[in-house]
Design a protein around this ligand. Sequence first.
Ligand SMILES: *[C@@H]1O[C@H](CO)[C@@H](O)[C@H](O)[C@H]1NC(C)=O
Ligand SMILES: *[C@@H]1O[C@H](CO)[C@@H](O)[C@H](O)[C@H]1NC(C)=O
Length: 270
Amino acid sequence: MNLIFIATVFCWLLKFSIFSLYQVRANTCDTYNHPQYGFGQWINQSLCPNDLYLTGLCESKPMDVKCCFSSQTIKEEFRAAWIATVSNIDWLSTRTATPTQQQSELLNILNTLQKLNMNAVVFQIRPVGDTLYASSLKPWSIYLTGIHGKPPSPLWDPLEFIIAEAHKRNIEVHAWINPYRARMSGATYELASNHMAKRFSKYAYTYNKYMWMDPGSVEVQEFIVNVTEDIVRQYAVDGIHMDDYFYPYNDGTEFPDGTTYAEYQQHDGK
Ligand SMILES: *[C@@H]1O[C@H](CO)[C@@H](O)[C@H](O)[C@H]1NC(C)=O
Ligand SMILES: *[C@@H]1O[C@H](CO)[C@@H](O)[C@H](O)[C@H]1NC(C)=O
């Protein structure tokens, strides 16, 4: 037998098996975070939506595998991570860091999430009625500067920053707010005069060592609506998440909302 013939058959077999392998992979719809087109998936070209028909975008795929990249097919999948700022759980390792250090810490988190193929972050921006964004409905968060009500210096806006940087990485930003919690359990710092617990002091109760706003107060409810509207008007957030949207965890005593509850009942509440 001729050696050239054997080599040709061998190469053909090799090519065939590699091609088959890629065919299988193409049909199993690999997911991929494309630098330009965002998170998507490789699908058989014949199944590709008409308005998105891009081939050869993935460096790990040979052109002869007829696939297209579609960011539409799995848009529904929400692969998110929380970035908790309350008590500096995930972000800010130290409240005395400079804004540049704070930003680089946030970029490290985003880069890690991008590597892990996440497509959303849920960023806590109002943990205890204070803000990690520039708001007319202040005050600035203690978790950012270490001093309740003190703006960062030099001034920067963490929400604006994370939106710009996350969107560059094809990651959505969902703003996470805790509507009623006004101060963490055991915290004793003096609240700024423009804090909700001062503005609506009638409805701010100390309960289970927390400071908590009365969810039954119509004024408090209206204020939360205003806060939310302020966020969505000012920032290109992709969603709003309400955490602790309820009464505080029970400490065995009655939450002192007898007055607002009576008002609620008078207005046909059950
Ligand atoms: C793509 O789909 C068509 C039609 O279902 C099929 O004939 C073809 O083999 C598929 N191609 C690949 C690479 O999977
Ligand atoms: C909410 O915003 C409206 C419109 O700016 C304002 O009139 C109202 O007083 C605000 N409510 C509270 C409780 O802050």
